[in-house]
Write a protein of this length. Structure first.
Lengths: 323, 317
C-alpha cells in the first residue's frame, strides 16, 4: 500500500456539531419539510379521526383502549394509523435523504467544505443525524397530536403502561425511518444525479411494499413438497415465508408495532400448541415480555440502518471530490 | 525527502498519482516559498488540480511525499486544512443562504470563537468589497462575486497558504482585474499563493514563479524571464523604431548585442544578452537618427507556452 495507509491524526468527529446544526436548520426551514410534515399529518389524521369516532362508541371495558387509536382499522377507511405510518415514514425519510450528498457535488460546495478542517466521516454522520432528528421531530409532533386528540375526544387519560408502550412505538418508528434515511443517503452517495437517486430509493420502497410480499410467497410455494406429511413441514414452510417477509424493513416495523401496541400478541410467528399451554386466550402480556418478543425486530431495524450507513460511508470515502 | 527548509510552505518530492494505468501526476518536485505567488500552468488535464488535491489531503497520494507547512496532508489533513485556504475551480456556495450564513458555517467548522465570527466575516467582506451585500442570498451573486466570496473565506480563515484553482476562469476582464488585485493583497499580507490557470497573460502579471505542467510532469519551472530564456532562447529582446539611420549598422557594434533583424513593419528587433537600451539609444541619437520608439519586449508567457507545446508536438512527431 502507498503511504495513504498510514494512520491519520485527529478526531473523525471534528466539525460534527456544525454540520449537524446546519443540516437540521436547513431541513426545518425548507419548504420540502413543510410539505412532508403536512403530508404525514394529513395521512395520519384521517385514520386517527375515524378510529376515535369509532372508539367513542365502545362501551365495553378495554384495558388498552388508548392504544387502540393507533391500531384499530376504522370502518370508513380501513386503514389503521400504524399502517399509514408504515407507508408514509419511508417516503418522508427518502424525501429528507435522497439528495444529501450528491447535491453538495452538484452545487460544487463539497470540495470547499471538505477543505475545511473536517473529515468526511463527520460530514456524512452529521447529515445522517440531522435527517434523523428532523424525522424524529416530525414523528414526535405527530405522536403528540394523536395523544392529545385521544385525551380530548376519549376523555380518558392513558395508563402509565399505555404511555410506555406508545413511547416504545415512537422509538421503533424513528428506527424504521432511520433505515430508509440510510437507504436514501446510500443512493445519494452512489448516484451523482439527485433524480436518479430519488428514483432508485422510491423504486426500492415500492419493491418492498408491492412486489416483495408476492415474491416471498412465490419462493415459498416453490419449496412446497407434493404433500405435507407433518406439522413440522408446515411449520418450516411458514417459517421460511416469514423469514423472507422479514427481509423487508416494513415487515419488521409492523411486527414490532403489533407486539407493542397489541399487548395480547404472544408470538410473531406461527402459534404453537406449546405456547398456548397455560395461556389465557386474549390476556395481555406484561410490557417486559412484549419488549422481549419484539427485540429481534428492533435490533434488526437498527442493524440494517447501521449496515446501510456503513456502506454509504465506505463508498463516500473512496470517492474523488472533484466533479 | 523534503528539505527542512523553513522558507518553503509547500514542498513535494516525487509526488505521484496513478489512476489505473495512467499517471495523472508523474513524480513531480515542487517548492513553494513563503510569501510568493506561484502559478501552476498547463493545458486541461495536465495534473494541476490533482496536485492541488493531494496537497490538501483530499485525494490519496500514490507515491512520493508532500509537506504543507511542515504537516503531512495524508496523516494530518486537519492541521493542513486549518492553515490552508482553498478556492476550488468554479466554487459553490449554498444558494439558499446569505453570504454571512455561508461564512458563518465555515467559521463554525473552523471552530472560530463565536464572539469573533461576525467581526471576522465583516472584515473579510470589506476586503473583497462585498460588505454591502453580506446579507443577500448567494443565489443573487454573479460569478465574480462568488469568486470574491471564496477569497473572503480564505481571508476570514487567516490562512497562511492560499490555493486557488482557476480563480479567473469565466470572469470578465474587469472582474479578473479586481480578483488579481485581491490576490496581490493576499501576498502583501505574507500569504503564499498557489494558483493554477491557463489564462497566461493574467497569470504572468501576478506570479513570481511559474511551473509549466505537461502530461503530469513539470516541464519548466522558474520566473517568467527564466522560462523565456529557456524556451525562446537567452537574451533581452528590444524593439527599436528609428528613422534616418541604418539601425543595424550602428547597433551591431554595441557590446552584448547578439542579433539585429528587421521585421515586416520596418521596425528593428534586437536580441542582447543584457539590458542594452541606454547604449542603443545613445548610438542612434549620436549617429544622427531620430529615435521614435525603444521598447523592452517583455517575454510573454503566452509565447513561451505556445512555443513550448509546439516543440513538444514536433518532437513527438
Amino acid at each position: 500500500m502507498p503511504p495513504s495507509a498510514a494512520v491519520r491524526v485527529g478526531s473523525p468527529f471534528t466539525g460534527l456539531g456544525p454540520v449537524f446544526m446546519k443540516e437540521l436548520s436547513d431541513h426545518l426551514s425548507s419548504i420540502r419539510m413543510l410539505v412532508l410534515t403536512l403530508f404525514v399529518i394529513v395521512f395520519g389524521a384521517f385514520p386517527v379521526a375515524s378510529s376515535l369516532q369509532q372508539l367513542r362508541t365502545v362501551v365495553g371495558a378495554d384495558a388498552y383502549l388508548f392504544l387502540r387509536i393507533f391500531t384499530i382499522a376504522p370502518e370508513q377507511i380501513a386503514l389503521p394509523f400504524v399502517q399509514a405510518l408504515n407507508f408514509v415514514i419511508p417516503l418522508m425519510a427518502i424525501g429528507l435523504g435522497f439528495d444529501s450528498v450528491n447535491s453538495e457535488f452538484n452545487r460544487r460546495t463539497l470540495s470547499r467544505v471538505l477543505s475545511q478542517p473536517i473529515y468526511r466521516d463527520a460530514l456524512l454522520l452529521g447529515k445522517f443525524l440531522g435527517g434523523l432528528v428532523t424525522l424524529a421531530v416530525a414523528l414526535v409532533a405527530l405522536w403528540l397530536i394523536v395523544f392529545g386528540a385521544g385525551l380530548l375526544l376519549l376523555g380518558l387519560p392513558p395508563r402509565g403502561v399505555e404511555v410506555a408502550r406508545a413511547l416504545g412505538f415512537l422509538v421503533v418508528a424513528i428506527a424504521y425511518g432511520g433505515v430508509w434515511l440510510a437507504v436514501s443517503m446510500l443512493f445519494s452517495v452512489v448516484f451523482r444525479s439527485t433524480a436518479t437517486s430519488a428514483l432508485c430509493a422510491l423504486g426500492l420502497w415500492l419493491f418492498f411494499f408491492i412486489l416483495w410480499p408476492m415474491i416471498a410467497d412465490a419462493i415459498t410455494l416453490g419449496f412446497v413438497p407434493n404433500e405435507i406429511r407433518s406439522v413440522d413441514q408446515l411449520l418450516s414452510l411458514q417459517e421460511l415465508s416469514l423469514a423472507l417477509q422479514r427481509l423487508s424493513p416494513g415487515t419488521l416495523f409492523t411486527e414490532a408495532v403489533i407486539g407493542l401496541l397489541n399487548p395480547e400478541t404472544r408470538t410473531l410467528g406461527p402459534m404453537l400448541p406449546s405456547q398456548m399451554r397455560g395461556a389465557i386466550v386474549g390476556a395481555p402480556l406484561p410490557l417486559d415480555e412484549s419488549l422481549l418478543m419484539i427485540w429481534p425486530q428492533v435490533t434488526g431495524l437498527i442493524a440494517s440502518m447501521i449496515v446501510l450507513f456503513a456502506a454509504a460511508y465506505v463508498i463516500f470515502q473512496r470517492q474523488e471530490v472533484r466533479a | 525527502m523534503p528539505d527542512s527548509n523553513i522558507d518553503n510552505v509547500i514542498s513535494a518530492r516525487g509526488l505521484l498519482k496513478v489512476y489505473g494505468a495512467q499517471r495523472a501526476v508523474d513524480s513531480i518536485d515542487l517548492d513553494i516559498r513563503r510569501g510568493e505567488i506561484f502559478g501552476l500552468l498547463g493545458p486541461n488535464g495536465a495534473g494541476k488540480t490533482t496536485t492541488i488535491l493531494m496537497m490538501l489531503g483530499l485525494t490519496d497520494i500514490s507515491g512520493g511525499t508532500v509537506e504543507v507547512l511542515g504537516f503531512n496532508p495524508v496523516r494530518e489533513p486537519l492541521e493542513v486544512k486549518r492553515r490552508v485556504g482553498y478556492l476550488p475551480d468554479a466554487v459553490g456556495f449554498y444558494d439558499h443562504l446569505t453570504a454571512r450564513e455561508n461564512l458563518t458555517y465555515t467559521a463554525r467548522l473552523l471552530a472560530i470563537p463565536r464572539r469573533q465570527i461576525d467581526g471576522r466575516i465583516m472584515e473579510a467582506m470589506e476586503r473583497v468589497k462585498l460588505a454591502d451585500v453580506v446579507d443577500k442570498r448567494v443565489a443573487t451573486y454573479s460569478r465574480g462575486m462568488r469568486q470574491r466570496l471564496g477569497i473572503a473565506e480564505i481571508v476570514m480563515k487567516k490562512a497562511e497558504v492560499a490555493i486557488l484553482d482557476e480563480p479567473t476562469s469565466g470572469l470578465d476582464p474587469h472582474a479578473t482585474f479586481e480578483l488579481l488585485e485581491m490576490i496581490r493583497g493576499l501576498k502583501r499580507e505574507g500569504v503564499a499563493v498557489l494558483l493554477s490557470s491557463h489564462l497566461l497573460d493574467r497569470v504572468q502579471s501576478v506570479c513570481d514563479r511559474v511551473a509549466l505542467f505537461n502530461k503530469g510532469r513539470i516541464a519548466l519551472m522558474g520566473t517568467v524571464v527564466e522560462l523565456a530564456n529557456q524556451v525562446l532562447g537567452a537574451g533581452h529582446p528590444l524593439l527599436v523604431e528609428a528613422s534616418q539611420i541604418d539601425v543595424a549598422a550602428v547597433v551591431r557594434s554595441v557590446d552584448g548585442v547578439q542579433k539585429v533583424t528587421r521585421d515586416s513593419d520596418g521596425n528593428w528587433r534586437i536580441v542582447a544578452d543584457r539590458d542594452v537600451r541606454a547604449a542603443v539609444a545613445q548610438r542612434i541619437v549620436t549617429g544622427g537618427g531620430s529615435l521614435v520608439r525603444l521598447a523592452d519586449l517583455q517575454p510573454s508567457l503566452e509565447e513561451v507556452y505556445t512555443r513550448y507545446f509546439q516543440e513538444e508536438v514536433r518532437h513527438a512527431a
